[in-house]
Structure formats: C-alpha cells, structure tokens
Ligand binder design. Structure first.
Ligand code: SF4
Length: 333
C-alpha cells in the first residue's frame, strides 16, 4: 500500500534544553509555529493532491511534541480530528518527542486523539554521551518511555545519532544493540552534522571535538543498517533531509544528500569482498538484483575501483531472481 505522510514541523520555541547539536532553525528551515489552521490546510492540500487508496498519516515532527505547551499541543491534535473521523487520515497521527516527556497521562491523551506512532529522540544509550551533549535525559528514560509506549499499543520509533561529542563507533553499535532489545517498529539514524551556533560548533572550532568524516559515517552507518536489517527493524530514515541551508551552512560532519545509497553501496562492497576472499585474482562477474546494480558498483564506481586495486576486475550484472543484498560471484574464464 502506498504511504502518504503529511508532515507538519512543530519547533520547540523557548525550549529550555541546549542539546549540543541543536540549532533548530537551521534543521527545520523555519521556526514558525504552525497554527491549527495550518494543520487543516496541510490536510486539505493533501486531499486535493489525491491520496486515494494510500495509507495517509499526519506527522508532527520537531522532536518535542509532548514537551510543548499542552493547550497548544491539544489544539494541533484537535485540528486533525475531522480528517480522522472522515477516514482520510486512515494512518492516524505520528509524533516525535523527548523520552523524558512521556507518561501515562499524556499517552492516554494521545491515544484519544488518534495518535498511532510515537518516535523518541533517544540519540544515544550511553549516559555519559547524553550528559556531555546536554540532552537532559538518560538511557533509562528511553527504556522506560519505550516500554510505556508499547504497553499502550502505539507503534514505537527510536531515533539515534552517530558521531556526537565524545562518541566512537562502539557507542553507536551499543546504542543499536540496546535499541534492538527494545523492539522498536522503526528507527531513524542521524549522523551528526555540525551546525553554526551550536555547542558542537564551538567544540569543533576549538579543536576539542573531531566529528566523524563522511567516510567514517558511511562505515558506521552501513554496519548499523545491517544490524537493524538482521533484527527485522525498518530504518525509515538515514541522514538529515537534503536542505539548502544545511547543505550550504554546515561546518563539518557526515552529511551527504544520498547518504543511504552510499551506506548500502558499502554493504555491497563488504559482501563482494567477503565472497572473493581466498579466490584467485582475475576477472569476475558479480550478479545482484537489477535495481541494486548502481549500489553494487558504488558511487563514481568506487566499489569497482577498490576491488580492482585488490586484483579483482569485476563487472556487475542484474538478475530478477536475486533479492536485495543477495549477490552471486562467478569467475570469468
Ligand atoms: S534538540 Fe534539544 S535543544 Fe533542540 S529543541 Fe529539541 S530538546 Fe530543545
């Protein structure tokens, strides 16, 4: 079934926290707070656009939905009610929020208002990393909020960051393992991007913080994709959305408009390399699913070039019978 997301960004103006990476105006592209009329207008526009037969969900993003003023939060949810009752929003509402702003009371409210999916900005499951990056919550908050969300019958989404201040790849893998234990329905992975006006920018410019490069980010995130894939957990986003102000204004970090494609290419490289392990150098035919050929080849033929440097001259072909990430390797004579 086709999915249609109606996204409404809800900034947390006046947020008392100072997360090391946050410059919400840069991330969102706008600090304007939507009104209930804006919510209704977004639904009307989507209706006119034609979502026949689709699974339509209204998504309130911004990361602090249950931490904003309660009356304002309810007014936004209220604006969506006619579209839930008419059946247009057949996927209900999706929100993202902080783990320390989840309790029985707010979950009961959200349930009544048609919220079906709750995403938590966990970012890390290491308390030291959370404290140094001034998140203002602990890993235990993530665990208890996740369990409560699932106990109330919501779909659970968890969001993590890689490459925060004082992080290494082991922290990312540990966070992914702890996420997998919590059995979320979806995960989003956001590699850290240093934005001007943030604490990370100060630490980066003073030389105290070395953010992961794009290559390091691809290395780590490709492993994370495999970990979640093996656990049957859907990674619904990898990397910040491509926005002109981020693209042109960020100082450093693992940013690329096609980051997922790069990470999936890295998975193919590892798979091909491991299939060739111990085989004599020479020419090889690599077969993958036809839709995956460009990833197996790698961006700017990166994988083909790396394999050639190891003495393997490879040509990639497509075969409909192969699944995603399935490969066949055959020596050419
Ligand atoms: S990321 Fe942190 S500082 Fe930024 S709005 Fe969310 S809670 Fe506030």
């Amino acid at each position: 079934m086709k999915h249609a997301n109606i996204a409404v960004f809800v900034p947390h103006n006046g947020c008392p926290n100072q997360c090391s990476f946050c410059n919400q105006r840069t991330i969102s592209g706008t600090a304007k707070q939507p009104t209930p009329d804006d919510v209704a207008a977004a639904c009307e526009t989507a209706m006119r656009g034609g979502c026949d037969g689709a699974y339509v969900q209204l998504a309130f993003f911004g990361g602090s939905f249950t931490a904003i003023d309660r009356a304002y939060m309810l007014s936004l949810l209220e604006a969506a009610q006619p579209y839930i009752k008419s059946g247009f929003l057949n996927g209900g509402i999706r929100i993202s929020t902080r783990p320390d702003f989840i309790d029985e009371e707010v979950l009961t409210l959200l349930k009544k208002c048609g919220v079906r999916a709750i995403e938590l900005g966990a970012q890390s499951m290491d308390d030291n990393v959370l404290a140094l990056n001034k998140r203002g919550h602990t890993a235990a908050d993530v665990e208890s909020a996740s369990k409560l969300i699932k106990a109330h019958g919501f779909e659970l989404g968890l969001q993590m960051m890689t490459g925060l201040y004082s992080c290494d790849e082991n922290e990312s893998f540990m966070t992914a393992e702890r996420f997998i234990e919590l059995k979320p329905d979806t995960v989003r992975i956001y590699p850290t991007v240093v934005l001007p006006g943030t604490l990370l920018a100060e630490l980066y410019l003073s030389g105290e913080y070395k953010v992961h490069t794009l290559d390091q980010t691809v290395e780590i995130c490709s492993v994370l994709l495999e970990m979640f894939g093996k656990a049957g957990i859907n990674v619904i986003r990898l990397g910040l959305h491509d926005q002109q102000d981020v693209r042109e204004g960020y100082l450093a970090g693992g940013y690329h408009p096609a980051l997922r494609e790069l990470c999936e290419g890295e998975i193919y490289y590892r798979k091909i390399r491991s299939a060739l392990e111990g085989k004599p150098q020479g020419r090889y035919d690599i077969t993958v699913s036809p839709q995956e050929i460009s990833k197996a080849v790698g961006q700017k033929k990166k994988n083909i070039d790396r394999l050639a440097q190891c003495g393997y001259i490879c040509k990639v072909h497509g075969d409909e019978r192969l699944e995603r990430f399935e490969i066949r390797v055959k020596k050419c004579f």
